[in-house]
Design a binder for this molecule. Structure first.
Ligand code: GLC
Length: 601
C-alpha cells in the first residue's frame, strides 16, 4: 500500500478510536513512525488543551519520590529596583512586588528570590548591605515585607532572600567600628593586614570589579581586603563571632517567614591566611590586567564548612539554600551539595549561561554530565549579572522562537529552575550607549570593554504605556523600545507570544508527573541540530524535541531508546507557526522550534 493511503487509512482508524487494534497489526518501524506523526497532526489540529495557567499543583512536604517542595518549584528572581514601583519614585519596591503576586501565580511561579532589599548605600545596588536585619526605606518597611510574605503564602508563593555572606558595606556598623582602631572589638571581623612595604599592598590579589583587592586605610595604617568594590569589605569567616552573627541573621529572617536564601558569592568566602600570591597566567582580563589563577582567594575548602553550618540552621526551619556557585565543571558543582548532601540543596548550575549560541550537542553533553552527577540539578539561563538570554541567544530574526526553545529546554529538564523577571515576555538587554549613562560602577570603571550590568536590569515591561507601566516617574534605568511589543498586557492576549508559551509550559510542568519526577533519556544523539529527549515516570512520558537550527529539520519518531517501540504521541505544546499538515514519516520541525508531546505505549 502506498504510504499516503496507509496514512489516510490510519488516520481514519485513529479517529474511530481503533488505534490499538490497528497498531498490533502494523509492526514495521516506518508504519509506527507514520502513526506517531499522524497522531501528532491530529493532536495539533484538535488544539489539545493543556491545563490552564496557574492550575499547577503546589507540592507540599515530600512526595512519593522523596522530593521536597523546592524540587518541583519554579523560582523567579526579582530585582526589586526594577520590578514594580508602587510609590512612583522611579525605583521599584516591596509593595510593588506584592501587587504583582497574582500575575506570578498565574504565570506558574512557586517562589520568588528577591535580590538584596536591605539598607544599603547602593554602591553595588544592594549587594553592599549596611544592616542585615532591616528593609531599606527605598523599598518599604518591615511591615511591607511581612505583608509580602503573608500575601505570598496565600498564593503558595514562597519568599527567598538574598544573603550577601562574603562582605558587608563599608557603612555597616561592624566595619565602621572595625576601621576605627586596631584594638576595636570588630577589628578581626574583616581582613586587615600590613602592606608589604610603603605603598605596597599585602599581595597581588585583584578585585573582580577592576580595582585592587586591598585598600589602604590611613587611620590605622593597614590595608583591608575586598574581592568586590572597596565599599564592600570582606568579612573574616575564620572569626567564630562573624560566623555566629551571620547564622543569627538567617534565623532572624526565617522567623519572618522566609523559605530560604540565595547565598551570594559563596566561592569567595575564605582566603588563604598566608595571603600567598595568586599565580599570574596568560592573557589579560576585561580591565586590561594580567589574568590570575585565583587559587588562594576562591573556592577554598573551608567554604564547605560554612555551607554546612548555614545548612544546619536552614534545616531547623525546613528552608532551602540556593548558591551562587560559579563552577567550570560538574565536579566542582557536585562539591557544593556536600559529601553527605549536607551543604546547599540548590547550587546553581551557571555553566549553561556561558554557552555561546545554541548547540544541541553542547546541551546534550552538559545535561548528561549534570544528570550523571547524581544530584538534583538547578538550571538557570540568565540573571541580573548576565546579559539577558533573549539577547544572548537571539539571532535578530527568530528571537521569540529562540526564547521559546530556551524556555522549553530548561523548564522540562529534570531539576529545579530559576527564572529571571522579564524573561517570560522576551525582555532584551537595554545596554547604555554612552559612559555617562552607566549606573553600574563596574561599567563606569571598565568602559568600554566592560559596560556593566545595567542592560539586564531595566524595568519590567508591564504594558506599552510610557515607562512600560513600571512607574509614573522616570525609571532609574531606561525602558527599551521593545517594550512596545514585548510587555505583559499585550502578550497575555496573544496566544503566540513568548508569555503565552511560558504560561502553557509552566502549567504543564506543574501537572505532568513525568516532568516533575521523571528520568531523562536522551534520543537521536548524533543529531547536531536537534535536541530530543524523553522524561519518563512509571507509565508516563513526555517527549521534547527542540530544533536549535535555522533550517527545517526532519526528526524521526524513533523512541525505542526510551523503551517506546510503538509510541502513541499526543501533542501538548509546539511553537510552530503553521499547523502540521500532510503525511510524513518524520516530524518536520520548523526552524528554531519546540515540539512537546505525551507518549504512551
Ligand atoms: C554577586 C551578585 C552581584 C554582586 C556581587 C557582589 O555576584 O550577583 O550582583 O555585584 O555578588 O556582591
Amino acid at each position: 500500500m502506498k504510504n499516503y493511503l496507509r496514512g489516510a487509512l490510519l488516520a481514519a482508524l485513529l479517529l474511530l478510536g481503533s488505534f490499538r487494534e490497528m497498531f498490533e497489526e502494523e509492526e514495521s518501524r516506518m508504519k509506527r513512525q507514520i502513526l506517531a506523526a499522524l497522531l501528532a497532526v491530529l493532536g495539533a489540529a484538535a488544539g489539545l488543551a493543556i491545563c490552564p495557567p496557574g492550575a499547577g499543583a503546589q507540592a507540599k512536604g515530600v512526595d512519593a519520590e522523596g522530593h521536597a517542595w523546592w524540587q518541583h518549584a519554579v523560582f523567579y528572581e526579582i530585582y526589586p529596583r526594577s520590578f514594580a514601583d508602587s510609590n512612583n519614585d522611579g525605583v521599584g519596591d516591596l509593595k510593588g512586588i506584592t501587587s504583582k503576586l497574582d500575575y506570578l501565580k498565574e504565570l506558574g511561579v512557586n517562589a520568588i528570590w528577591i535580590t538584596p532589599c536591605f539598607p544599603s548605600p547602593q554602591v553595588d545596588f544592594g549587594y553592599d548591605v549596611s544592616d542585615y536585619e532591616a528593609i531599606d526605606p527605598m523599598y518599604g518597611t518591615m511591615e511591607d515585607f511581612d505583608r509580602l510574605v503573608a500575601e505570598g503564602k496565600k498564593r503558595d508563593i514562597r519568599v527567598i532572600l538574598d544573603f550577601v555572606v562574603n562582605h558587608t558595606s563599608d557603612q555597616h556598623k561592624w566595619f565602621i567600628d572595625s576601621r576605627s582602631s586596631k584594638t576595636s572589638a570588630y577589628r578581626d571581623w574583616y581582613i586587615w593586614r600590613d602592606g608589604k612595604g610603603p605603598g605596597q599592598p599585602p599581595n597581588n590579589w585583584l578585585s573582580t570589579f577592576g580595582t585592587a583587592a586591598w585598600t589602604f586605610d590611613p587611620k590605622t595604617g593597614q590595608y583591608y581586603y575586598h574581592y568586590f568594590y572597596p565599599q564592600q569589605p570582606d568579612l573574616n569567616w575564620r572569626n567564630p563571632a562573624v560566623e555566629k552573627a551571620m547564622l543569627d541573621v538567617t534565623r532572624f529572617w526565617y522567623k519572618h517567614g522566609v523559605a530560604g536564601f540565595r547565598l551570594d558569592a559563596v566561592d569567595t568566602l575564605y582566603e588563604d591566611p598566608n595571603l600567598t600570591d595568586n599565580p599570574v597566567v596568560a592573557g589579560k582580563d576585561k580591565f586590561g590586567r594580567p589574568n590570575m589563577d585565583e587559587k588562594y582567594n576562591k573556592k577554598l575548602p573551608e567554604v564547605h564548612e560554612a555551607m554546612r553550618k548555614l545548612r544546619s540552621v536552614a534545616d531547623e526551619y525546613g528552608s532551602v539554600l540556593i548558591g551562587e556557585t560559579w563552577t567550570t565543571n560538574v565536579d566542582q558543582l557536585k562539591d557544593y551539595y556536600g559529601a553527605k548532601n549536607d551543604e546547599l540543596q540548590m547550587p546553581m548550575d551557571l555553566m549553561m549561561t556561558g554557552f555561546k549560541g545554541l548547540s544541541a550537542a553542547e546541551y546534550r553533553k552538559h545535561i548528561a554530565a549534570v544528570n550523571a552527577a547524581g544530584h538534583w540539578p538547578v538550571y538557570v539561563i540568565t540573571n541580573h549579572d548576565i546579559v539577558r538570554s533573549y539577547t544572548r541567544y537571539g539571532d535578530g530574526i527568530h528571537n521569540d522562537d529562540i526564547a521559546k526553545i530556551m524556555a522549553a529546554l530548561y523548564l522540562t529538564l529534570r531539576g529545579s529552575a530559576i527564572m529571571y523577571y522579564g524573561e517570560e515576555i522576551g525582555m532584551e538587554n537595554n545596554d547604555p550607549k554612552r559612559k555617562e549613562d552607566v549606573e553600574d560602577p563596574e561599567g563606569k570603571l571598565g568602559w568600554p570593554l566592560e559596560i556593566g550590568r545595567d542592560g539586564e536590569r531595566t524595568p519590567m515591561q508591564w504594558d506599552h504605556s510610557a515607562n512600560a507601566g513600571f512607574s509614573k516617574a522616570k525609571p532609574w534605568l531606561p525602558v527599551p523600545l521593545s517594550a512596545h511589543t514585548h510587555n505583559v498586557a499585550d502578550e497575555i492576549n496573544d496566544p503566540d507570544s513568548v508569555l503565552s508559551f511560558y504560561r502553557k509550559l509552566l502549567a504543564m510542568r506543574h501537572t505532568e508527573t513525568a516532568l516533575l519526577d521523571g528520568d531523562y533519556v536522551s534520543l537521536n544523539e548524533g543529531n547536531p541540530n536537534v535536541l530530543t529527549y524523553v522524561r519518563r515516570y512509571k507509565g508516563e512520558a513526555i517527549l521534547v524535541i527542540l530544533n536549535m537550527s535555522a533550517a527545517e529539520q526532519k526528526v524521526p519518531f524513533e523512541l525505542s531508546g526510551a523503551g517506546f517501540l510503538a509510541p502513541k504521541v499526543e501533542v501538548l505544546l509546539t511553537s510552530f507557526h503553521k499547523p502540521l499538515k500532510g503525511m510524513f514519516a518524520e516530524l518536520p520541525m520548523e526552524p528554531y522550534s519546540v515540539f512537546i508531546a505525551r507518549v504512551t505505549k
